[in-house]
Design a binder for this molecule. Structure first.
Ligand code: EPZ
Length: 420
């Protein structure tokens, strides 16, 4: 087991290359299984535990995979197993994309129910509603989704909630359905668009991704292709917040500034300087920042996945901030850890009321989930003294080499093995 040790108080300066988007890559890898001919070459794959987990699942289904530093070659011409029921499947959320991918190509699959971060109830009823509308029969038995269809036939599907996972999953299956499928009230996140683009590179016909109506004209077959995953909006947001939190200047490179607008706007409202270039964004901050109110929302609103790092920053901003989490019901578990460092935060249901303090002080804390882990790294960087962060396996699921990237910016952050 490992922990991160942070000696806080250093202002961070420099440039950092942002990796490929986790939440795009974790859908694109299962989607690659839908190519019945040719190899998918996928670049800009982040080296994170969730991706390694998907590589193992993909292999267990019979795909041949070649891994390079930040790329993957997936040959799925000979899938031998339609039963994705392993510990890896149970460990992570995105394993549910194997349902849509296998259903689309083989019209049947058995996939264990997914795990993922403990941030609230995470139903998949909208995924199932979409698959059933396409003509599939779904049974949940022994903790697994058993799905099959004689034929998949395109139809109109109106999602009851805006769901990234359901939008992508049903889009995967509909790609190989007969006729036209229209997804309404679809999620508009950049990773939804990225998956749609990847499917189109494979020969699919998906239009409208990035709006709330996606129209998919089914095709008979998908093929291998070369593709590069978009940059990670959430990793970029985390480093932008770190610049503001430490009173430094960081340029996040290899990003799409448009995807970061809601984060940039909040940092500007707090008093930080944000300068957008073509494919990079610089965040600079000198003085004390002021508190702001935040409400998380589906894209293009403020991303829930940046709420936790941002609420750490608000703990040392002047005045009161109110943070409302409208996507997940239990995404304030990092608050108890922040309190150990001197933060003044009161959580009432889905709202956190933060009274800005002069400073935080180092403590022994834990990463309760992935983005809570990023929030604790930011807290350690801005705090006075030494912070130890435990349970960092959560952080490794989604941030590639987090300590190495922060060291490059001047942070004193190290990974240490915990002696039993
Ligand atoms: C994706 O989760 C991301 N995960 C999450 O990122 C992110 O927080 C979330 O989208 C919202 O942006 C991956 O992409 C692997 P949803 P997902 O379906 O798809 C409700 C991170 O930190 N809902 O958009 O599981 C649900 O309860 C992770 O990287 C239903 O009611 O989220 C939630 O309130 C954590 N029924 C809301 O919709 C359903 O069938 C949005 O969930 C599906 C969802």
């Amino acid at each position: 087991m490992e922990k991160l040790v942070v000696h806080g108080g250093n202002r961070l300066f420099g440039d950092i290359d942002i990796s490929g988007a986790k939440n795009a890559a974790v859908a694109i890898i299962p989607a690659a299984l839908m190519a019945s001919e040719g190899t998918c070459h996928i670049d800009n794959i982040p080296s994170i535990e969730d991706v390694h987990c998907l590589e193992r699942i993909t292999k267990s289904l019979g795909c041949k995979i070649k891994t390079n530093v930040n790329s993957l070659d997936i040959d799925s011409s000979e899938i031998t197993n339609l039963d994705a029921c392993t510990e890896d499947v149970r460990r992570m959320r995105a394993s549910y994309y194997f349902i849509g991918a296998l259903l689309g190509r083989f019209k049947k699959a058995r996939v264990e129910l997914p795990g993922g971060c403990p941030i609230g109830v995470r139903p998949i009823d909208q995924h199932i509603k979409g698959f059933e509308a396409l003509g599939a029969t779904v049974k949940i038995e022994h903790g697994a989704v058993n799905i099959k269809a004689d034929r998949l036939i395109g139809t109109n599907i109106f999602f009851d909630v805006v769901s990234v996972g359901a939008t992508i999953n049903v889009m995967l299956a509909a790609t190989l359905a007969e006729g036209i499928t229209t997804l309404e009230n679809a999620a508009r996140e950049p990773h939804v668009v990225d998956v749609a683009n990847f499917l189109n590179f494979m020969g699919a016909n998906v239009k409208g991704a990035g709006t709330d109506i996606i129209r998919i004209t089914g095709v008979e077959k998908l093929y291998g292709c070369s593709y590069s995953v978009i940059p990670d909006q959430i990793e970029a947001g985390t480093f932008m917040i770190a610049a503001a939190a430490t009173g430094g200047e960081i340029t996040v490179k290899n990003v799409i500034p448009k995807h970061l607008e809601s984060i940039s706007a909040k940092l500007i409202e707090m008093g930080a300087e944000v300068i957008e270039q073509d494919d990079s964004v610089t965040v600079r901050s000198k003085g004390k920042l002021k508190g702001v109110n935040i409400k998380t929302n589906p894209y293009p609103g403020f991303p829930t996945d940046v709420q936790q790092p941002m609420s750490t920053l608000l703990c040392v901003a002047e005045g009161r901030s109110i943070v409302t989490e409208s996507i997940w019901e239990s995404r304030f578990k990092h608050v108890d850890e922040l309190k150990k460092m001197g933060a003044d935060v009161k959580v009432e249901g889905r709202t956190a009321i933060i009274e800005g303090r002069e400073k935080l002080t180092g403590a022994v804390v834990k990463a309760t989930d992935l983005r809570a882990g990023a929030a604790m790294v930011i807290a350690g960087l801005l705090a006075e003294g030494r912070t130890e962060i435990h349970s960092i396996e959560h952080i490794d699921r989604g941030y590639p080499n987090i300590e190495v990237k922060f060291q490059k910016l001047g942070a004193k952050i190290y990974r240490e093995t915990i002696k039993e």
